[in-house]
Design a protein around this ligand. Sequence first.
Ligand code: PHE
Length: 529
Amino acid sequence: VPVQNGDGDLTLQILQAVNEHDIVKSADTFPNTSQTVIKAALDRLASRSMIEYDTKDSEEVRLTDEGQQIVAEGSHEYKVWDAVRQAGRLSLKDPVLATAAAKAGQGKAFKNKWVKKDGDALVPLTDAVTDTTRDDLQYVADHRAVRRADDLKELRKRTLVTTLKVIAYEARKGPKWALEIPVEVTDLTADMLADGSWEKATFKPYNFKALGEQSPGTGALHPLNKVREEFRKIFFNLGFTEMPTGRFVDTGFWNFDALFVPQQHPARDLQDTFYVSDPAEAGPPGPDPEADAALAAMEEEDRDEESSNQPLTAPPTRTLDYAQYYQNVRSVHQDGAFGSIGYRYPYTDAETRRLVLRTHTTAVSTYCLHRLAAHPRPCKYFSIDRVFRNETVDATHLAEFHQVEGVIADYALTLGGLQGFLRRFFKKMGLVGLKFKPAYNPYTEPSMEVFAWHQGLGKLVEIGNSGMFRPEMLLAMGLPEDLRVYGFGLSLERPTMIKYGIDNIRELLGHKVDLGFIERNAAVRLDKA
Ligand code: PHE
């Protein structure tokens, strides 16, 4: 049988030693090999039951430097006696007797009756002495143990020896004793079954204690993703359905026209909006089958849980007419319609087809609200995704960021209801005492900016924008007269920066982001009030 030599020859040497001696003491047989290495080899053999072993803890006695010196030169008392004997008579003031060691040795030399005092000098009492201290230490050097157990305390106190815990192993033959490690088979093959060799093969046992491969650096969620998840949970808890937001590139129609942003509005300027150059235009507004399917699936899922998504009295369903919708939007801009007097400027079709990187997620809300006209009913939609604005990048602005947006459609909604909802929504993020300030959006009336008290800054800070969508916008879509819609939006970056204590947005997004920070940052919890 071929032999596996995993850890050099040590396992083989152990096997040979056990074969010869029955019991092998690791410290004696392999004095120059570390006990850790020996243990690894023993474990290899023991796991195959070829040997068994016990762990022996013991205490070894070792000489200190001073102890070694005594073994080499003799004890302090010996050196005192030797100096006195050679001198015949040694003055107590002699420098030889002045060292600390000599002072310690004098006492012992008196006690041993090797020297005595004679006036102001020492004289020897004997011609020959036995230096037991040195002999005892020599024993320690030879045996790593003291000659008489009682001496240990005394020698330690005199700092001549120290003790040391040592671990050693005693190995003997095990139930599957063998002199060689048989090759272990890891796979049962068809050949082995055919030729019968499986019967005699030694199969490698499963190692259920293996730790598995260290993961080579795991991925980490970006802080924005974590805060986004918190927002999603809040929305889902409030019974909202998530809108499909995959369309980063949209037309002027959905991003601006349907929201009654005038075609000459400065927000549409190249300075504020990124226009796509290739292709520069899309066809007329129409359905987005992918988005429709996604939203339908989401609504189906949420409907099971949220009965409020059911219409109170189901209005007749109808087929969406995108061409008609387009004409309606055009009429509102150019001539006025649905109760609006309009902007009264010549509306250009080219502008409506231009492709833009969407500047807000309200483009998505608009598409979904128009789709609602096929089957008008109360509903709550939200989205959290990326938007783009051609802005100068600074510490708080990037050319792309994320919007959190919600729309609520229901019968008989009021502005007070919107304020109540916003209070409820922001309370879930720990923001209370909201203030509302009248504002302007071309698509909502009334519109309100939302402010909350910022404890750290000690002032009110703007946290969002909101409003009730204009009737001419909803009626142009074909939604029923008494179905009102709230809308509100906020950036995802602002609460994230506050939660993670980041004051420069470039530490959060872009090429300057410290990946270590992304990896280490904690999970976020919005402190719910
Ligand atoms: N679109 C607005 C913004 O970008 C937010 C908003 C959405 C306001 C819906 C009112 C209604 O700030």
